[in-house]
Ligand binder design. Structure first.
Ligand SMILES: [Zn+2]
Ligand SMILES: [Zn+2]
Length: 213
């Protein structure tokens, strides 16, 4: 039995964590935070969505979102993942059937790096880190991942139930496509713009309209 109680560290099985890492490309503290946020959603809001049972609003577009997509089934392609560019590690999960909604937001300090880690990180990014510093950086990063996966939810996230949250409309299925009179590519009817009797895709429309002086 998987232990889904709060405060006991991650309950996502190691083989699933491996799948998530394969999907994202690497293990990192952000991905670990995403796993922990998705766990809250799976327990409080509902299981993996095969359609649009749950809709997720993410306030960041960083690593964590990949774990959330993988575990909750809220994906960009299905239209039940909405990005709000707020620059916060905060996530709102809404169940369509009854409107239950929770917002999971990172507690101040929960995701903080040690000053040494931050310094090593910028040296690695600049390409100026020595072999030794690189190894030390990797070690610290792995330690952070471990700590995040072991922490209790209460140490990482504030979870707030939202009353009367607005439920975003179901992803629209658009009817037809038309061929753009500029590039000839099939383009969703709803995205086509008209200019002097021609039907243009947004890209061709953008280059056809002279920039305002
Ligand atoms: Zn990452
Ligand atoms: Zn075009």
């Amino acid at each position: 039995m998987v232990d889904r109680r709060r405060g006991t560290g991650t309950w996502v099985p190691p083989e699933t964590v491996e799948d998530i890492v394969r999907f994202h490309g690497h293990m990192c503290p952000g991905l670990a935070m995403g796993i922990r946020a998705a766990e809250v959603a799976l327990r409080e809001v509902g299981p993996h969505s095969s359609d649009e049972e749950v809709v997720t609003l993410v306030e960041t577009d960083m690593c964590a979102v990949d774990a959330i997509q993988y575990l909750t089934g809220c994906t960009f392609g299905k239209g039940n993942l909405i990005h709000l560019d707020h620059g916060k590690n905060a996530y709102t999960f809404i169940r369509r059937s009854d409107g239950k909604a929770i917002r999971v937001s990172t507690l101040a300090g929960a995701f903080a790096r040690s000053p040494e880690h931050a310094k090593l990180s910028s040296r690695v990014r600049e390409g100026s880190a020595t072999e030794e510093e690189r190894a030390r950086y990797k070690e610290q990063r792995a330690g952070r991942v471990e700590a995040i996966l072991r922490a209790s939810e209460e140490e990482l996230y504030a979870v707030e139930e939202l009353e009367g949250a607005e439920i975003p409309p179901v992803a629209r299925i658009h009817g037809g496509s038309v061929s753009c009179d500029g590039c000839g590519e099939p383009t969703m009817e709803t995205r086509v713009r008209r200019l002097e009797g021609r039907e243009l895709c947004p890209a061709c429309f953008g280059t056809a309209v002279p920039a305002k002086e």
